[in-house]
Design a protein around this ligand. Structure first.
Ligand code: F6P
Length: 341
């Protein structure tokens, strides 16, 4: 069998672990050939690929990013890929394509699968917002980075009697903010799923200072927004990939708190630090398992499917199921962390 693999969308710790696992299982386990397309679907459309053998993936398990490069692709070019997908598969001589990516990539994978390409998807995103899998790799790493940041910010905040507003990633789902906020013991957590009232945050900080705890750390997801009438905040525009450009809730909230409290409030935007660097052991294991199962699925002819973690088992789910809705933080998970909302 000849298998094509690509990584698309935003990068994520663990992508290299999947690539390595696909190559190991395919080459050493099945005597397959593997080729890697560069820069996601762009490489597939533009004919940029390279052979991947065991040497090519040696030493990449712990490396962040992706050795293949990654890119987002405009919808029009994706349609082009779907329209020509049988011809594309034939021209590369591939019997299976394993795209590794988030919601956008899996939607593209579904388009290709519907058009006749033999596809097995592998989900990735630090946001953990793909509904068909209990976990995506990259999330554990991102939560670890954000938690460490909160831990560190607490000591400096306390030394200077400041309020720190830590902005973490999470466009539509606040999983990173929820879990890092809980793990780091943030005093406030703001999620996209539940508009926050800035007056509640002001009250919380004032009560802490009155109790002698003269600092506070608030963890806010980049996609969080204030409740109507709570504070002025403009939504961002939509970019060419259909993503909202964020207007900087961390900066805006810190300025608002400083103004209302008359105390120093500093924003800290973690940004791509959460996505860079080495994956945690958990993410390496999950990524490796997904790669192994994707190759097995290809050999069984289980196309149009995606690997998924259900409980402790890796299973396959239809790509159609994976991209119907985002997995957002449910109300009961927010209630568990209620004391800090
Ligand atoms: O979807 C993953 C993610 O890391 C989001 O959390 C974040 O909003 C987005 O990607 C950032 O994307 P880019 O690197 O293209 O700005």
């Amino acid at each position: 069998m000849r298998i094509g693999v690509l990584t698309a969308g935003g990068d994520c710790p663990g992508l290299n672990a999947v690539i390595r696992s696909v190559v190991h299982r395919a080459v050493a386990g099945h005597d397959d050939e593997v080729i890697g397309f560069e820069d996601g679907f762009k490489g597939l459309l533009d004919g940029r690929f390279r052979p991947l053998d065991l040497d090519a993936v040696s030493g990449i398990l712990a490396r962040g990013g992706t050795i293949l490069g990654s890119a987002r692709l405009e919808r029009a070019r994706l349609r082009e890929a779907a329209e020509n997908c049988e011809e594309l598969a034939r021209s590369y001589g591939i019997d299976a394509l394993i795209p590794i990516g988030g919601e956008g990539t899996l939607t593209a994978a579904r388009m290709l699968a519907d058009a006749g390409m033999p596809v097995v998807g592998v989900p990735k995103t630090i946001d953990n917002d793909i509904s068909a899998t209990d976990r995506t790799f990259g999330f554990d790493t991102a939560v670890g980075v954000a938690t460490e940041a909160i831990d560190r910010l607490k000591t400096t905040a306390e030394s200077h009697q400041r309020v720190m507003v830590v902005e973490v990633m999470g466009r539509h789902a606040g999983w990173i903010a929820l879990e890092s906020g809980m793990a780091g013991g943030a005093h406030g957590i703001c999620l996209p799923e539940r508009p926050f009232d800035v007056a509640d945050l002001v009250k919380m900080v004032e009560e802490r200072f009155a109790r002698g705890k003269k600092f506070a750390v608030i963890c806010v997801a980049e996609g969080a927004h204030p409740a109507a009438g709570s504070m002025d905040y403009q939504k961002g525009e939509i970019d060419q990939y259909g993503h909202e450009r964020f207007a900087g809730i961390g900066n805006r909230l810190a300025a608002e708190l400083e103004n209302r409290l008359g105390k120093e409030a500093r924003p800290v935007i973690l940004g791509h630090v959460q996505r860079g660097g080495t994956p945690t052991a958990y993410d390496r294991v999950l990524a490796t398992r997904f790669g192994w199962h994707a190759v097995e699925a290809a050999h069984r002819g289980d196309f149009g499917m995606m690997t998924a973690l259900r409980g402790t088992e890796v299973t396959l789910v239809p790509l159609a199921e994976a991209v119907t809705e985002l997995k957002r933080v449910p109300a009961d998970r927010m209630d568990e962390a209620e004391s800090v909302f």
